[in-house]
Design a protein around this ligand. Structure first.
Ligand SMILES: Cc1ncc(COP(=O)(O)O)c(C=O)c1O
Length: 431
């Protein structure tokens, strides 16, 4: 999406874009990080750690106050009792990813949730033992899958199939993913792919992949770390079996924040699924009968995958974050995101003699807010140069700089400044 056309490439044009967008005001709901001299940094790192919502501290303090005042009675009484605290996210969490209430639960961390879900959704049997994942994949996903394969007594070199970009290309093609699924057909037990790739920022066609996976008879799940709060999803309608994400990136819910998990309701209502069980996944009506109930009776929703009673302090900031997402709506945010990222791309690509290229796909459906930039020459030094100029972004070896203009708090004017800086440092002004 290009928004520079009729408005030109000036700073004033960028400021006008900010002034004319009603969602620009969302930035006021966040603390913007500053350097040692108190100057605001150019923060483009929401793909790694989102900024602190100003409302987060109130929710945390509320828990601290209730704990001080009520101690154990805070589980049942007070402003937001802790026993049903996770249910505060039942509706907002579902809306965030296009699920039905009861299909989403906030718990644990991302990799832990992938483990919990794979216990249920990787069930090798007979010929059907293979797992499809992407390349490059986030290392935690690889380790997680390898360990599941090993735990079932199988060899991951034989069982894990990877689908990567074609030679000379950076991103995956949907047709290649689908033909890989078809090629492994009845040997494929589970598909686990990153919904938005951590390195390239490519957004996959989750619906087409899920359909192809189901045609092959496989379970289909996604690591949505870079998709949640970034792109619009309809996990229920797309019939996705399972998914998990972290909340510290685009969801701005604090470092290592409580993560999310999605389970389609047809599995949530299946009490016979194998899973790792704990008392918090048990039917709440009998949970506190303790030793009087020796058999685990899973609650018939995604809540059944919870094991332990949740860390309330870690959940509190997520309330502030989801209030903002829910108050705005993913569709409206995504619309702004496409304009913001489209603007940054256009500005970066307009810099004369530029010595970098954007590897994130350009078509709207194929990307989220992140742009991944490969710089010619020494990328480590290139990154250090923009960091020294006040940019907070991140670098993934050997040569990818990731910048994420997030629609919640980044501005067009910040994108303009980043593009000018990149052009200045990695372009030829008179080319
Ligand atoms: C795509 C992806 N998967 C998995 C992880 C691991 O997350 P966690 O440390 O919360 O388990 C990350 C972390 O950034 C990630 O980006």
């Amino acid at each position: 999406m290009t928004v520079t056309g009729e408005l030109g490439h000036s700073r004033e044009a960028a400021v006008r874009l900010d002034q004319s967008d009603p969602l620009s005001k969302l930035r006021d709901s966040f603390f913007i990080p500053v350097d040692d001299a108190g100057n605001q940094l150019l923060y483009f790192c929401g793909n790694s750690l989102g900024l602190q919502p100003k409302g987060a501290a109130d929710h945390v303090m509320e828990v601290m106050e209730e704990w001080a005042r009520r101690a154990v009675n805070g589980h049942q009484h007070g402003r937001a009792p802790w026993y049903p605290y996770h249910e505060l996210f039942r509706e907002t969490g579902a809306r965030l990813v296009g699920a039905r209430p009861g299909e989403v639960v906030m718990m644990n961390s991302l990799t832990v949730n992938l483990h919990m879900l794979l216990t249920s959704f990787y069930r090798p049997e007979g010929r059907r033992r293979k797992i499809l994942m992407e390349s490059p994949a986030f290392p935690s996903d690889s380790y997680c899958l390898q360990s599941h394969v090993k735990a079932r007594g199988l060899d991951h070199h034989e069982v894990i199939v990877q689908c990567g970009p074609r030679d000379g290309e950076q991103c995956l093609r949907t047709e290649d993913i689908i033909s890989t699924i078809e090629a492994h057909g009845d040997e494929l037990a589970t598909i686990l792919l990153g919904g938005v790739n951590f390195l390239t920022g490519q957004s996959l066609d989750l619906q087409a992949i899920t359909e192809a996976g189901h045609r092959a008879g496989a379970m289909v799940g996604f690591d949505l770390a870079h998709a949640a709060g970034n792109v619009v999803m309809h996990l229920h309608d797309w019939d996705v079996d399972f998914g998990a994400w972290c909340s510290y990136k685009y969801l701005n819910a604090s470092p290592g924040a409580i993560a999310g998990a999605y389970v389609h309701e047809r599995h949530g209502s299946n009490r016979d699924l194998p899973r790792l069980a704990g008392w918090w996944g048990n039917d709440p009506d009998t949970r506190f009968r303790m030793h009087l109930e020796s058999e685990f009776v899973p609650v018939q929703s995604a809540d059944a995958w919870q094991c332990s009673n949740p860390p309330i302090l870690a959940m509190a900031p997520l309330r502030a974050s989801l209030e903002l997402f829910d108050g705005t709506g993913m569709e409206a945010l995504r619309e702004r995101s496409l304009r913001l990222t489209g603007y940054l791309r256009a500005m970066l690509e307009s810099r004369p003699g530029r010595r970098y290229q954007i590897i994130t796909p350009e078509t709207d459906a194929d990307h989220g807010c992140q742009l991944s930039i490969v710089v010619d020459g020494d990328a480590t030094e290139a990154f250090a140069t923009i960091e020294a100029a006040g940019v907070v972004a991140d670098f993934r070896p050997p040569n990818v700089i990731r910048v994420a203009p997030t629609p919640m708090y980044n501005t067009f004017e910040e994108c303009w400044r980043l593009a000018m800086l990149m052009g200045d440092r990695f372009g030829t002004p008179d080319a």
